[in-house]
Design a protein around this ligand. Structure first.
Ligand code: PMP
Length: 419
């Protein structure tokens, strides 16, 4: 184990280092669902509630000004993290919330009957259902770009669909099931040539890929803090300034009104136009601490180590008779899913839990992808930088044992692939 990794495990993630779940050992490998908060994030949350809690942009008193300044500082920090400007940052309640906000804004003011909206077969439901509903409401049509057998986005299908000049392409940076890294550097210019705006779901990408929205030139990008060692209930929607100016607010309430000249209402400019109501202020403090933490550990170092870990997992799991890893994308990051037929994914995850491994089973909110793969579910392994190769080795041993015990019980796990 690298020295830096040993330090951060013990110092910043005691639960990971001790492996505790109600007193039992546990290896946490479900980081695509959510990550554990680092200690600096927990300190920031406590500090917020003890020394900073007041509503923002509303009071003239000292504490409210302090809370407002802290939130705006996090906006600045988030903008720097993404390579955007602070006016382009909208605080949301998570990636799903950001996508709904966008879809509502598009449905209300941008999409017209007959318009085409594209998403892909590998999306999380959070990047499908908001667009499906937005299309239903506006009379636009949603089509999905195909995924190849290997789990890559079908670029030919994308090119063909772009010829029809869709209004919008909403796609993930990294698949939460296959780990496919979509070639955004290639896709975004193609979409822009067709006059298509691009929404990037970066929920799975922010931790393991360095993301600069200017370099990418995406129109919108969303993520959640809880997949970055931050708290739940807070996220970011980053949008190009010209888009944020052009779109309607998507939702309405306190904090986003500039002037009311009844019944005419004028709204705040920039990101604040989209922040109706009281934001998740403690969450935003936690988000700021999470971003600072990732910078301090080093995003390049995190990305390189997580890549190494995933590669190790791929090597170990693919050598186990009966384990079938889903897809073989050109580039994979963050997650690896597999099946152990004829065992159900649910049963494999339950058996792993009994052995102290926390992995998720099911469709991982990617129903369209599982339908495409002809599967009712899969088991997902998603290590983060606080995990170790030793933990992956232990998981591989546990899977081997599950296979051999099943075979002894007459369940032919891997029988077809053996020999
Ligand atoms: N998109 C992707 C690719 C995801 O993996 C997830 C979380 N599983 C989401 C969107 C939704 O994130 P949240 O639940 O934090 O809103």
């Amino acid at each position: 184990m690298a020295e830096w990794q040993n330090v951060i495990r013990k110092r910043d993630f005691p639960m990971i280092a001790q492996g505790s779940c109600e007193g039992n050992g546990m290896v946490y490998l479900d980081n695509a669902a959510t990550t554990q908060c680092s200690r600096p994030v927990l300190w920031a949350l406590e500090d917020y509630w003890q020394h900073q809690h007041a509503n923002v942009h509303r009071g003239v008193y000292c504490l409210s000004s302090k809370a407002t300044a802290a939130m705006e500082e996090t906006r600045q920090l988030t903008a720097e993290f993404l390579g955007a400007s602070p006016e382009e940052i909208v605080f949301t309640f998570g990636a799903t919330d950001g996508l709904n906000l966008l879809a509502n804004a598009f449905a209300a003011g941008e999409l017209k009957p007959g318009d085409l909206v594209l998403s892909t077969e590998m999306e999380h439901n959070s990047n499908l259902l908001p667009w499906l509903e937005a299309c239903r409401r506006s009379g636009a049509r949603l089509e999905l770009v195909a995924v190849t057998e290997a789990g890559n986005l079908d670029m030919e299908d994308l090119r063909r669909k772009l010829e029809r000049k869709p209004r919008l392409l909403a796609l993930t940076a990294v698949s939460n099931v296959l780990g496919t890294v979509n070639p955004l550097e290639e896709i975004i210019p193609l979409a822009h040539e067709a006059g298509t705006a691009v929404v990037v779901d970066a929920a799975q990408a922010m931790r393991c890929r360095e993301t600069d929205v200017r370099a990418l030139d995406c129109d919108f990008l969303v993520f959640s803090a809880h997949k970055l060692m931050g708290p739940t209930g807070v996220g970011v929607l980053c949008g190009k300034a010209e888009w944020l100016d052009r779109l309607g607010p998507g939702r309405f309430g306190g904090g986003m009104l500039r002037e009311l000249n009844w019944p005419e209402a004028a709204y705040e400019a920039g990101g604040r136009k989209f922040e109706a109501g009281t934001p998740n202020l403690s969450g935003i403090a936690g988000l700021g601490a999470a971003l600072e933490y990732l910078q301090a550990v080093g995003r390049k170092r995190i990305a390189a180590y997580e890549k190494e870990l995933l590669h190790h997992a791929e090597k170990r799991l693919s050598a186990i008779g009966g384990v079938r890893i889903l897809g073989a994308p050109e580039q994979r990051a963050g997650v690896l899913s597999f099946v152990m037929e004829p065992l159900q994914a649910y049963d494999v995850a339950m058996l792993l839990d009994k052995k102290g491994f926390a992995l998720r089973s099911g469709r991982h909110c990617a129903d369209a992808l599982h339908a495409r793969l002809g599967l009712s579910g899969s088991v997902r392994l998603s290590p983060a930088f606080y995990n170790t190769k030793g933990e992956i080795d232990a998981l591989a041993d546990a899977l081997k044992e599950i296979g051999s015990v099943s075979r002894k019980a007459g369940i032919p796990v891997g029988e077809k692939t053996r020999g």
